[in-house]
Design a protein around this ligand. Sequence first.
Ligand code: MF3
Ligand code: CO
Length: 252
Amino acid sequence: MSVTIKSPREIELMRESCRLLSEVFSQLEKMIEPGITTKDIDVEGDKLIRSYGCIPNFLHYNGYPASICTSVNEEVVHGIPSKKRKLVEGDIISLDCGLIYHGYHSDMARTFGVGQVAPDVQKLMDVTKQSFFEGIKMARAGNYLYDISNAIDDYVTPFGYGIVRDLVGHGIGTSLHEDPQIPNFRQKKHGIRLEPGMTLAIEPMIAMGGYEVCWLDDDWTVVTEDGSPAAHYENTILITDGDPEILTLKKD
Ligand code: MF3
Ligand code: CO
């Protein structure tokens, strides 16, 4: 297993990759309303990425057929955009997207409500987002990887939600997925020690019901086994000498 430490020059490229990706998300968020299709979002996202001179890194990744993953309600991740999937009021949609800027990958996900969503679903989204921030508090040089995983679990589990176990966060850099893997649930082994210059994608995926997931016949879409809604919140971050830097979070 090899975890890469980015040089100052590489960190600059990661920052720019992530900044452009967060810009893509700001634009896409404005599109989310009843009546649009998941395909509309993918087409626009792909266009935006290319307009910045970047390359969508999900497209053709292990054969994935789109530039954005669009996962609605009980779909957890890797939903495939479709002209037939029209969003309706009360849906939630997770967008997961990444791009390559001068060889450096970024990766980010958000769950958005379509119009008004039920209070219990809104709470799921809020807790999922906050769980990322609980995890990130531990993302400091000298801590171990499992400090992040355990902080997420400690925060989420009292709500009675299921933390998806079959998919995890990851290192990121000149590849979309680098070592280490970053589980969002309690770990017994401490894993690697965090060092300045590591860039990581931390991405809790949380279901309102059980944590078990299965795959649809398209071989991509991951859904909750019990059909309960799920939320996803992901940023690419940098480990520093001090506070972690959240590279895909817009500073405005
Ligand atoms: N965004 C996923 C991750 O966070 C990767 C999606 S790969 C794709 O690791 F092929 F589904 F696009
Ligand atoms: Co990721």
